[in-house]
Write a protein that binds this ligand. Structure first.
Ligand code: AR6
Length: 164
C-alpha cells in the first residue's frame, strides 16, 4: 500500500523513516537537519561509525528519540542537468532503502522527497521515479506500507496527481 502524507517526517510513528542525507552522513540542513535535531545527539555518534555513504546507497541506524524505530540514511544525486546518471541514482536510493527495510523485517517506511530540495532534482521527475520504483518493488518483493511525506505543497500536489 502506498500513502501520501503532508508534513514533517520526524513525526512518523511507523517502523522506519528515510533521511535524505549527504555522503558524510554527519548531518546537514533540510530534512537531514530536522531528523538529527528530533532524534538527538546519539544519532550523530552512530553516524560517525558508518564511514559515509555513496550516492544511491543507504545505511541504517537506530531512531533514538524518534517514534520510528530506525532511520535509513540514503544519499540522493545532486541534479546536474540530467545527463550524469541522476535518474538511476535516485531509483537506486529507493530500491536500497526498501531492501534494507525488508532485511530488518520492517513493515512501514516513510520517505521524504529525496533530492528535491538542496540537491535540485526536478520535483515532477523525482516523484515519478519514486512512485514507479516503489510500485515495482512491492509487486516483486511483497507488500509494505510505504508513506511519501511531502513537506511542500507543490510536491504534495504532484504525488496526489500521480497516485489518484
Ligand atoms: N519532513 C519531511 N520533508 C522535509 C522536511 C521534514 N521535516 N524538511 C524538508 N523536507 P532536502 P536533498 C523536504 O534539501 O534535496 C541536506 O543538507 C524538502 O521540502 O532536505 O536530498 C543534506 O545534508 C524537500 O522536498 O534534501 C544534503 O546535503 C525534501 O525534503 C542535502 O540537504 C528534500 O530536501 C540533500 O538534499
Amino acid at each position: 500500500m502506498i500513502h501520501i502524507l503532508y508534513g514533517d517526517i520526524t513525526k512518523f510513528e511507523g517502523d522506519v523513516i528515510v533521511n535524505a542525507a549527504n555522503r558524510s552522513l554527519l548531518g546537514g540542513g533540510g530534512v537531514d537537519g530536522a531528523i538529527h535535531y528530533a532524534a538527538g545527539p546519539q544519532l550523530l555518534e552512530e553516524c560517525k561509525t558508518l564511514g559515509g555513504c555513496d550516492p544511491g546507497d543507504a545505511k541504517i541506524t537506530k531512531g533514538y528519540n524518534l517514534k520510528a524505530k530506525y532511520i535509513i540514511h540514503t544519499v540522493g544525486p545532486i541534479w546536474r542537468g540530467g545527463k550524469s546518471g541522476e535518474e538511476d541514482i535516485l531509483e537506486s536510493c529507493y530500491r536500497r532503502c526498501l531492501e534494507l527495510a525488508r532485511q530488518y523485517g520492517l513493515q512501514s517506511i516513510a520517505f521524504p522527497n529525496i533530492s528535491t530540495g538542496a540537491y535540485g532534482f526536478p520535483q515532477d521527475k523525482a516523484a515519478k521515479i519514486a512512485i514507479d520504483t516503489v510500485k515495482k518493488d512491492l509487486q516483486k518483493n511483497g507488500e509494505l506500507e510505504v508513506y511519501f511525506y511531502c513537506f511542500d505543497p507543490n510536491n504534495y500536489q504532484i504525488y496526489s496527481d500521480l497516485l489518484t
